[in-house]
Design a binder for this molecule. Structure first.
Ligand SMILES: Nc1nc2c(ncn2[C@@H]2O[C@H](COP(=O)(O)OP(=O)(O)OP(=O)(O)O)[C@@H](O)[C@H]2O)c(=O)[nH]1
Ligand SMILES: [Mg+2]
Ligand SMILES: [Zn+2]
Ligand SMILES: [Zn+2]
Length: 424
């Protein structure tokens, strides 16, 4: 435990656990007399300009003082948990850990137990934002079946930026107001969603980190520099592809006058970026890590299968609706690796077939590069299309039902191993 490397989910820079820093949390004030002889209240420990923090966020705000943790011998070697430390200025105790590179607040357990990260990436309009919310929704709902405990992290610059609160707002929008999330605005510094998954059985933990970047930023070479860090340091990646942007599917929907109100971008761009990065950095051995290649908005494939020329039998339940994962629908709660593999093979066959999706070069490329470490998934975050007002077109009882959104993550956890996922 002594020399564990922590990967900061803000700046994506790894650091040795022993280099962690602390931040003062003293909120008390004291009386101070001004030059005019008037008393005023000032903080006991005044916030200061912090270069690292301001550089990260491109701001000029003052923050509470950051200082070295000065770990004891036992803490350095991981024999003892890190105790609260006293601020060198005000002598008040704090247990708030921050990254030594960007001075952002990090979850205490990340420092205590190390961090491994799974990231979610995707091109513009690939459905990332809606997918992550649906993924969290389903994780919260089915964590027991999977033997996981899921915690939305409570760190951030302010309350709104804490994952738990970002989720609360987004969940209300999708699941109560039944509206899809809007296109993400391009910002210099997206806020990471940080979700901790811990196996109740083996106690192994991993952080699911999603930077809600506007997909456009993956297309900009300069920003790619930073985004490349995701690929370099993530143990596994979920890559979202926009199903509605596959040319064959686009054409069929247009012919049926089914309007896609979201602009469709070249869905292969993200893959080409990953491939170029992987080939340019062979030593990172990216293709030895699990990559889940996820076709989002798969409801469109199920609902238009006849026009799309494809048989979707293994995706259907007995009522001919898009079938959810077996561990959810079956009483035994066991994960079926076989079912996931079958679905992947089916998607692969659609891609290869010139009468169906006609994307042979793309699929062959992925298979050549990633082999068994890549698998295809078809998921639906919203369960149906959205209309011009972003309202989700529901079916049946009118509830929003994400389908198969957990599969990519479950497959990754099985691949990474030791998460105690029970399989058939
Ligand atoms: N049919 C269907 N449409 C979806 C689904 N999820 C998202 N969409 C549509 O796709 C649009 C884009 O989804 P987002 O989640 O905003 O995609 P994004 O990748 O975050 O996009 P950027 O923020 O622009 O990069 C949404 O506004 C919906 O109209 C789904 O599960 N099914
Ligand atoms: Mg988005
Ligand atoms: Zn950092
Ligand atoms: Zn202080």
């Amino acid at each position: 435990m002594s020399n564990v490397t922590i990967l900061c989910p803000y700046c994506f820079t790894p650091f040795d656990r022993r280099a962690v820093q602390m931040q003062c949390v003293n909120k008390t004030e004291k009386q101070e007399m001004t030059e005019q002889g008037i008393y005023r209240r000032v903080p006991q420990c005044s916030p200061i300009d912090d270069e690292k923090y301001n550089n990260h966020w491109g701001t000029q705000t003052k923050i509470k003082r950051v200082f070295d943790a000065n770990l004891t011998f036992g803490e350095r070697h991981g024999w003892k948990p890190i105790q609260a430390k006293r601020c060198p200025i005000c002598d008040i105790e704090t247990q708030k850990f921050v990254c030594p590179h960007c001075h952002n607040w990090l979850p205490a357990e990340m420092i205590e137990k190390g961090s491994e990260i799974i990231s979610v990436v995707g091109g513009p309009s690939s459905g990332k934002s809606n997918y992550i919310v649906a993924l969290i929704h389903q994780l919260m709902k089915y964590q027991n079946k999977l033997g996981l405990s899921v915690t939305l992290q409570q760190v951030g610059r302010n309350d709104e930026e804490k994952t738990s609160n970002m989720y609360k707002a987004a969940k209300k929008k999708i699941f109560e107001d039944k509206e899809a999330l809007q296109k993400t605005q391009e910002t210099k510094n997206p806020i990471p969603w940080i979700i901790r998954l811990e196996s109740r059985i083996t106690k192994k933990a991993v952080y699911l980190v999603f930077y809600d970047t506007a997909g456009e930023s993956f297309r900009d070479a300069e920003k790619m520099e930073r985004d490349a860090l995701y690929f370099r340091y993530s143990r596994a990646v979920i890559v979202a592809f926009d199903t509605l942007a596959i040319p064959k599917i686009k054409k069929v929907l247009e012919k049926k006058e089914i309007e896609n109100y979201t602009e469709a971008y070249d869905y292969t761009e993200m893959w080409n970026t990953i491939k170029a990065f992987s080939q340019g950095h062979k030593s990172y051995k990216l293709n030895e890590r699990p990559y889940a290649f996820v076709f989002t908005k798969f409801d469109a494939v199920i609902d238009n299968c006849e026009d799309l020329n494809c048989t979707v039998d293994n995706f259907l339940d007995k009522d001919d609706n898009f079938k959810n994962s077996q561990f959810i629908t079956d009483g035994d709660g066991l994960v079926s690796k076989e079912e996931m593999k079958e679905n992947s093979d089916t998607i692969e066959s659609y891609l290869k077939d010139s009468d169906i999706w006609d994307e042979e070069a793309f699929v062959t490329d992925i298979k050549n590069e990633w082999g068994e470490n890549g698998q295809f998934f078809g998921v639906s975050a919203l369960g149906g299309m959205t209309d011009s007002a972003m309202e989700i077109q529901t079916k049946g009882d009118g509830e929003i039902k994400p389908i198969r959104v957990l599969d990519p993550l479950v497959w990754i956890l099985i691949k990474l191993g030791d998460f105690g996922i029970k399989c058939k």
